[in-house]
Ligand binder design. Structure first.
Ligand code: G3D
Length: 177
């Protein structure tokens, strides 16, 4: 391989992003990834993990979609090495699960495994919320999750704001390159 090819390969490598998609089961993780990949095939609960790749502008984004069932959560830690961004998907339509979800993320942060990893919280399924509740959801989520995460209110069903999710994933990456 010539020098130019090596440099080019390195540059491409630098523009690779590893995104871990986490959250409780049924939050909509797989549906979010499928929408971003423009793959409408039927979803089923993620039983282990799936990797999907999306090329956007100059970046290659690898989505690691990891199962959220209670039995699988102890294994989340195995996936953190080399992760750039965690996309944390929350089912906004389930009040008690929003709380449980915040608790899981906060426990994960306490383990220090997310040091240096950006967290994008996708407040999903807002299509199921009446307008009055939509207005309340952001302050509630911010209070529960803290203000050092990027929060995007979205719906993987209608596609609302999923472009914002991609922007949030790519944000710092562009600044670095
Ligand atoms: P998971 O990967 O987090 O376990 P899935 O969750 O992506 O499998 O989604 C779980 C269910 O929620 C699916 O419904 C899916 O269609 C639905 N869902 C995901 N995102 C949204 C959303 O934004 N709005 C609405 N209304 N539903 C959503 P089924 O019926 O297939 O179990």
């Amino acid at each position: 391989m010539g020098l130019l090819s090596i440099i080019r390969a390195q540059k491409l490598k630098d523009r690779e992003l590893r995104v871990l998609v986490l959250g409780l089961d049924n939050a909509g993780k797989t549906t979010v990834v499928k929408y971003l990949l423009n793959d409408p095939s039927a979803t089923s609960p993620t039983m282990g993990f799936a990797i999907d790749t999306l090329t956007r502008e100059d970046s290659t984004i690898h989505f690691w979609d990891v199962g959220g069932q209670k039995s699988l959560r102890p294994f989340w830690g195995n996936y953190f090495e080399h992760t750039d961004v965690v996309v944390w998907v929350v089912d906004a339509a389930s009040v008690e699960r929003v709380q449980e979800s915040a608790q899981e993320l906060n426990e994960l942060r306490d383990t220090k495994r997310l040091v240096g990893v950006r967290v994008v919280v996708v407040v999903n399924k807002v299509d199921l919320l009446p307008p009055s509740q939509r207005a309340e959801v952001v302050p509630r989520v911010e209070a529960l999750f803290g203000d050092d995460v990027t929060t995007v209110v979205a719906s993987a069903k209608t596609g609302e704001n999923l472009d914002r999710v991609l922007e949030a994933i790519l944000e710092d990456h562009y600044n670095m390159n």
